[in-house]
Design a protein around this ligand. Sequence first.
Ligand code: OAD
Length: 242
Amino acid sequence: MSAARIGPIAILTGAGISAESGLATFRGADGLWEGHRVEDVATPEAYARNPRLVHAFYNQRRTRLRDPRIQPNAAHRAIGELMRRWSAPVHLITQNVDDLHERGGAVSVVHMHGELVKVRNDRTGDVHLWDGECWPETPCPRSGETGVLRPHIVWFGEAIMEAERIDAALADPTLFLCIGTAGAVWPAAEFVHAARARGAECVEFNLTRTQISEHFDRTIEGPAGETVPAFVAELLTTMRVP
Ligand code: OAD
């Protein structure tokens, strides 16, 4: 790589970056997500039909996240280091609802699909940090009402979170990195177009080529835990002010 030009970096991550930490990706070979059909656990209709099943599903995910074996991997940590050392803004947008980026040293992470470690009062919109289980009968810590807390997660058919911060992140990157996402879910799959239109160099990291690979300048194939730290190390050693 020639000397890296200092400029804002935008990073989009997906489930693939957390795979080596032991969290399942979405589009596994069996088409199921941890044994469930997506429409049974990740839609507003599913929640209206059977809130207990949906809570149980996210309670399990939240408990799994607190398993001491689930730790940030080298790719999460490399992004944390890049955020600390790069001398221009580094914006991190993740589709992941886990907190491994934060635990890997990243700050101000944009969680466009929500966060497992939060629940929301569906009536007031108040968001609460949440560590344990949540059920239909769990009272809202502020209002005391029951039946109002839901996972702070974007379900299919709902609007993404933090759209303004995403627009700002994609406004002027010189480099756009897309790590561990299948590129199958709108609007994240289209961020590469916005970045390209602004003249960013676009690099994809995945085990294999994806349905959006053709829009990138290059795809670096391999496990993110190896490819991302190597890429970041090279960026940081060749960093120069233009
Ligand atoms: P997917 O499960 O669709 O895709 C994961 C991608 O990561 C695939 O392209 C894999 O090839 C790749 N991958 C797996 N292991 C990897 C590794 N060790 N290193 C690098 N790449 C690896 O997950 P997402 O694209 O994140 O939305 O899915 C996007 C959204 O669809 C999710 O946020 C979720 C889901 O429905 C909501 O819940 C709203």
